[in-house]
Design a protein around this ligand. Structure first.
Ligand code: 13P
Ligand code: SF4
Length: 328
């Protein structure tokens, strides 16, 4: 759009401080037939204004079925790209284009293409936290909700490359006993939890359940009471009889956990730095002001070449089909 500067990766337009942004965003959504999809790692106010909040699988299922004309993705770049790949005819917006992902960045397409070429008898399963280019080199996409089922849906002797998260890959490899070559990638948020501090916390809260995301390192997973995707962790915290939980994933999820179970206590697992909890610096780039500007001016928009969309779409659709077969 002419006159709208995107050099910073977002619209740096001052927002009138007297505006009630919740009301303004609601009005714009209605006027434009737009939907806001938010990941659990977003700030609480963004989660509260969203039409749908979920994990990566839920968000892609929601994107695939929406009738909205505009999808505003309150999440990171690979998530908005996935929505665009699934709905190429829709306008997909991301409040801040700098909202990347260390895990996606750990798997450059040229290096991955070489790795794949060296292992031609392997089928490629990639975690959805990867670029559209990696998706185009993939046979089936997975998320932390369905990775185990997707691996198990393949013949037992099928050789598999699993990319890009080595921790999720190692966890699934151990659970399924399958022959998997792992790409050496990881998420900066999930690998900096401090085992020592978590053990200390467990000693201070002996009745607390440690619940962890499979992107965490094996040493953390080994002492966890429950391991699952963000949605699975949330569901577990609701259903469990326990009243205290140490949560080893990005701290944004605590908002929904606390909302669903106000009488329970949720303690963010500490990282090995001076912070008490663990935020994803990319997820937290989105703000209510950027979301408002993004919806108002319909920028920044995600656009991808049609041939890349076509190639990247197949493994995502395969994932959605297998997930539907398993009722996920
Ligand atoms: P899920 O949403 O699948 O739980 O993954 C968490 C994550 O790291 C998203 O970036
Ligand atoms: Fe990427 Fe990790 Fe942030 Fe998720 S939490 S977006 S995997 S860096």
């Amino acid at each position: 759009m002419e006159g709208k500067d995107l050099t910073k990766g977002f619209l740096d337009i001052p927002v009138d401080l007297s505006l009630d942004l919740f009301q303004e965003i609601k009005k714009l959504k209605k006027e434009k037939n737009a939907i806001i999809l938010a990941h659990y790692y977003q700030d609480a106010d963004i989660q509260d204004i969203a039409d749908y909040i979920g994990d990566s699988l839920g968000l892609s299922q929601e994107a695939a079925k929406t009738n909205a004309d505009i999808i505003v993705f309150a999440g990171v770049h690979f998530m908005a790209e996935t929505a665009k790949i699934l709905c190429p005819q829709k306008k997909v917006l991301l409040p801040d284009l700098n909202a990347g992902c260390s895990l996606a960045d750990s798997c450059p397409a040229d290096k991955f293409a070489d790795f794949k070429a060296k292992n031609p008898d392997h089928l490629v399963i990639s975690y959805i936290n990867c670029s559209a280019e990696i998706k185009a080199l993939t046979d089936i996409i997975c998320t932390s909700s369905n990775a185990e089922k997707i691996v198990e849906s393949l013949p037992k002797d099928q050789k598999i490359i699993f990319a890009p998260d080595k921790n999720l890959g190692a966890y699934i490899k151990k659970k399924t006993g399958r022959d998997m070559l792992l790409w050496d990638g990881s998420c900066m948020v999930h690998i900096i939890f401090s085992l020592e501090k978590i053990i200390q916390l467990k000693n201070q809260h002996p009745n607390a359940k440690l619940i962890s995301h499979p992107e965490c390192e094996e040493s953390i997973l080994q002492i966890s009471d429950y391991i699952g995707s963000t949605t699975a962790l949330l569901n577990y915290s609701v259903k469990s009889d326990a009243t205290e939980f140490i949560v080893a994933t990005e701290a944004g999820i605590l908002h929904q956990m606390q909302k669903a179970s106000p009488h329970k206590t949720f303690i963010p697992a500490p990282p090995n730095n001076a912070c008490a909890c663990n935020d994803c610096p990319y997820m937290k780039l989105n703000t209510l002001e950027k979301l408002y500007n993004c919806l108002k001016y319909e920028l920044p928009e995600i656009n991808l070449p049609p041939d890349l969309i076509e190639k990247a779409r197949k493994p995502i659709v395969r994932m959605l089909d297998i997930s539907a077969q398993y009722g996920l």
